[in-house]
Design a protein around this ligand. Structure first.
Ligand code: AMP
Length: 187
């Protein structure tokens, strides 16, 4: 099985690009953000914990997200691999993922990063707020907190994966098509 990680700040276009990538490489696209929003909607225990943190722009505890991912790896069949969108988001999650995959005799195949500057993050997220109706997209202070969370907790993963020789980056500032072509050229 292949394990592709789709990396980048919030609003970089990970979800947008994921559909075409998953189709081309026969991957199951898993977005931890989308899974957490489903848990909130279903009013599960996990959803209750996640709701307030998401609405503060903070991360959900590592162990909850990791076990949610582990159960998905078990459930999904009939694909050539997984496209992880929004996971891992901390070095601790990356280490847990490595351990989880090692137990299965597998490893992360590729880390593809879509990079945009902070000001574009704000513009993009505000632009999609009306379309997707996410509360955490609609409030500028939550967006700013998500950017801060990205820089402090998620950005260190760049070095983590660079050291493993897995990290590849595309410029995410172009059109959807330009970014897609850049991704396919690399993969
Ligand atoms: P996203 O849809 O990827 O923008 O994620 C929305 C929110 O869900 C984030 O701001 C976090 O609060 C939470 N979240 C998503 N993925 C993770 C993760 N891997 N670890 C912790 N929290 C996460």
């Amino acid at each position: 099985m292949k394990y592709f990680i789709l990396f980048g700040p919030p609003g970089a276009g990970k979800g947008t690009q994921a559909t075409a990538m998953a189709e081309k490489f026969n991957l199951c696209h898993i977005s931890t953000g989308a899974l957490l929003r489903e848990e909130i909607k279903a009013e599960t225990e996990l959803g209750k914990v996640a709701a307030s943190l998401i609405n503060e722009g903070k991360l959900v505890p590592n162990e909850l997200v990791v076990s949610m991912m582990a159960s998905h790896f078990e459930k999904v069949k009939g694909v050539d691999g997984f496209l992880l969108d929004g996971f891992p988001r901390t070095v601790e999650q990356a280490i847990s993922l490595d351990n989880l995959l090692a137990e299965r005799g597998e490893a992360v195949s590729n880390v593809l990063s879509i990079m945009i500057p902070d000001e574009m993050i704000v513009e993009r997220i505000q632009g999609r707020a009306a379309v997707e109706g996410r509360a955490d997209d609609a409030d500028i202070s939550i967006i700013r907190q998500r950017i801060a969370t990205y820089h402090s907790q998620t950005e260190p993963l760049i070095e983590y994966y660079q050291e493993k020789g897995l990290y590849k980056e595309v410029d995410g500032t172009g059109s959807i098509e330009q970014v897609r072509e850049a991704i396919f050229a690399i993969l």
